[in-house]
Each structure stands twice: as C-alpha cells, then as structure tokens.
Design a protein around this ligand. Structure first.
Ligand SMILES: O=C(O)CCC(=O)C(=O)O
Ligand SMILES: [Fe+2]
Length: 396
C-alpha cells in the first residue's frame, strides 16, 4: 500500500544528484536539511480513494475537533483549533469505515523498513517502561526554573500535557499531536455497545503498542490553521519522522492552508498542500505551522517513532552549548527546541493569535503560556545573551 512512496524514495536514492544533497536522494535530504518534498508518489486512484474516505468521515460527523489539552492545578483545560478535524486510525471501529486507510494502517512496516535504511526508526514497540517525563528543559544554569510535565502524560508518541509551564507548551499548542486523552465523539453512537470510556481505553492501548501514529485531517476551510510547533517537543514523545500526504485537487494560490517549515535560523519554506504531495521531515527538529485555509483541505499524517529519540544529549541544553561556535550544530539538533520560542517569540505569538483568535479565552490562555515560557528562558542572563545572538543569526 505504501509502494508508490517507497518506490519514489528508493528510486530517488538510486538516481544521480537530483536533490540539493546529491546522490543520497530524498532520504539524504531529510537527514541534511531536516525535510524533503516528494510529488506524485501515489497512484491517482489511491489518492482519490483516500480523499473520499476523509470527506465521508467528516460528512458523517465522525471526526473530532483538533484539541490541545493542558493539565493545570485546577483541572484540564482544552483548547480547540477552530475548523480543524481529525481521526486517529488506531481506533479499530473507525478504520472499518475507511478501507483505504485500514490497509495503509496495516502495512506501515513497508515504509518503516524503507526509512530504517537511513534513520533510527523504531520497528518494534518499545518494551521498556515509558520514559520519565522531562523535568528540565535546560540545565543552564542549575538554578533555572524547569518545565514540569504532568504525570498524567500519556506513554508514547504524544506531546506532554502540561501545567502552567512552558517548555512542553510547544507540543500542546502544536495540537497535542495525539491528544490521546480527548474524548472521541464517535464513541457514543447508538449502536455502540461499549462505553466511550472503554473505547478510549482500547484506543490508548492500541497506541501504546505501536511504533507509529496515523491520523486523518480535514480542515473545513473557515480559516483553521496550526500555530508554530514541533511534532516532537520533548520526552516522553518518541516521534522521529513526520510524513504528511496532501490530497487537495485543484488547490490554488489564495486558498491558503500552506505548510510553513521554519528550519532553525534558516529560510522558511512555504509549501502548498497540493494533491499527491508528500512532505517528510524530522519531527524533533523542524519547527512548522499551517497557514489559514479558506478552502477545505484534506491530508493524512504518519508519525514514525524513533528507537532512540529524546536522549538526554538532545534534550538538555548545557552551558557548553551557549556559544556561537555551537550554532551550526544547534540548527541540526533537537536541542534547538529549548530556545525556539525565544528566538521566534513574535512569530509564535502571532501564529497563536491567528489559530485561536476566534475564541478569546483560548487565545488568552495560549498566549499566556507562551509568554510564561519566554519569561522563564529569558530570566537567565546567559540564555538571554545567546538568544540575542541567535536572533541576529536568523535568515528571516
Ligand atoms: O496539516 C498540515 O499540513 C500539518 C499539520 C501539523 O503540523 C500536525 O498535525 O502536526
Ligand atoms: Fe505538526
């Protein structure tokens, strides 16, 4: 089922110098630049079927609003991205309604083994106990306030459900990439013998023993967008690679909904969500957002876990990193996540306002979290100076 894409990736790798990175093809490009775009990898009939399945799910009201959940001292708070709906394919019953995606779901290993030729993707579910939630975003200096992650954080592949703190807010605002704890609106239909709680439990169990996440997304074209985020903001998230496939026939300039990638300090890339376009990027080091869409837009995303994502050396920023000499390494390292909100503070805030603007309460909350994070980062002299340096090194 993934053979079109696998073939495109393999062929490109065998070809001579078709990519900016030379002979290694698309996968080398992802390794070097952190992202790559592949057009027309999928058979047209498959693209049409997948688009139809997403539209049918949306029309039947079987997708849930894309939400972000924050755990706070006074209970969880959920922010909804207006206009954006999603369906997690780990939900067995929902998959029955979309045979094309069901087949994709059961054959992800085809793509995993192709990508494993160059990336450290997890091929087997992790048998180890879940990683401890990250308790410190930076170790510079030892006195700096550390992000605290909720102990209710889900075990795998998801953003942290956070408290007032800031570091993991990237993941939450990113959409809580999985939002595993959100209630599934399809879980309480009349013909559903089980309770929504049981279904939710089953969904979480399915996700826990998987090395990937497959989700469908429908944007209804009423201005929905995503604020800046990393798909893997911090532990216990395990995502290594994000694979996005767009299904929008007749997309035109002005329709909006472009994916905007912002490689750290580099030139941003605006990528129209054209039909049969696949975008692959490193989940832990490509900052991105989606611009407002004024036309309906459909896509699906496969997130592949890594076997060794978020090891301490890419999570904890140390004093030795705070030097201009480290910048070339930082732009290729997930360590950048610790500083990204400070380096792009205005862009983050603007994107949050665009995303949650329709709902003043949510906007206020999202912006407050962003600012709290900034305050924490910038309270430290060394970090503040280094951020200043990084801002001057930005190419936009
Ligand atoms: O819809 C897109 O183009 C990307 C969505 C996204 O960034 C996400 O789901 O994490
Ligand atoms: Fe994303």
């Amino acid at each position: 089922m993934w053979s079109g894409l696998v073939e495109a990736l393999t062929k490109a790798a065998a070809a001579e110098d078709h990519t900016p990175c030379g002979g290694g093809g698309v996968l080398a490009e992802v390794e070097e630049r952190g992202f790559a775009v592949v057009d027309d990898a999928w058979p047209a009939a498959q693209v049409a079927q997948l688009r139809n399945e997403i539209e049918a799910l949306h029309a039947a009201d079987c997708m849930e609003p894309n939400q972000v959940q924050f755990a706070t001292g006074s209970g969880p708070i959920r922010l909804t991205k207006p206009g954006i709906f999603e369906a997690d394919m780990h939900h067995d019953q929902r998959r029955q309604a979309c045979p094309g995606f069901d087949q994709l779901f059961h054959t992800v290993a085809e793509l995993q083994s192709c990508l494993a030729t160059r990336f450290d993707v997890a091929l087997e579910p992790d048998a180890r106990p879940p990683a401890a939630p990250c308790t410190a975003a930076t170790e510079v200096p030892a006195t700096s306030t550390n992000a605290t992650h909720s102990s209710t954080t889900q075990e795998r592949g998801t953003a942290n459900k956070v408290t007032k703190h800031t570091e993991s807010a990237e993941g939450e605002q990113s959409k809580d990439p999985d939002n595993k704890n959100a209630r599934d609106p399809t879980a309480a239909t009349d013909d559903d013998a089980r309770s929504s709680g049981e279904q939710q439990e089953q969904l979480q169990k399915n996700q826990q023993f998987s090395t990937f996440t497959l989700k469908l997304q429908y944007n209804d074209g009423t201005g929905g967008c995503f604020p800046y985020h990393y798909d893997n903001p911090a532990p216990p998230n395990k995502r290594l690679l994000t694979v996005l496939v767009y299904l929008n026939a007749n997309w035109q300039q002005g329709d909006g909904g472009e994916l905007m990638l912002a490689p750290f300090l580099g030139k941003p890339q605006v990528i129209p969500p054209l039909e049969n376009r696949t975008v692959i990027f490193r989940s832990d080091r490509i900052l991105h957002r989606v611009l407002k869409a004024s036309k309906p837009r459909a896509c699906f995303t496969l997130w592949l876990d890594g076997a060794n994502t978020n090891t301490d050396d890419v999570v904890f920023l140390r004093e030795k990193h705070l030097t201009p000499a480290f910048v070339p390494e930082l732009v290729r390292s997930p360590l950048q996540r610790t500083l990204s909100r400070a380096v792009y503070e205005e862009e983050y805030e603007r994107s949050l306002r665009e995303c949650f603007g329709a709902n003043p309460r949510d906007t206020k909350y999202a912006v407050a979290l962003h600012r709290a994070h900034l305050k924490q980062t910038l309270a430290n002299d060394k970090l503040r100076q280094f951020v200043q340096h990084l801002k001057t090194a930005r190419q936009w």
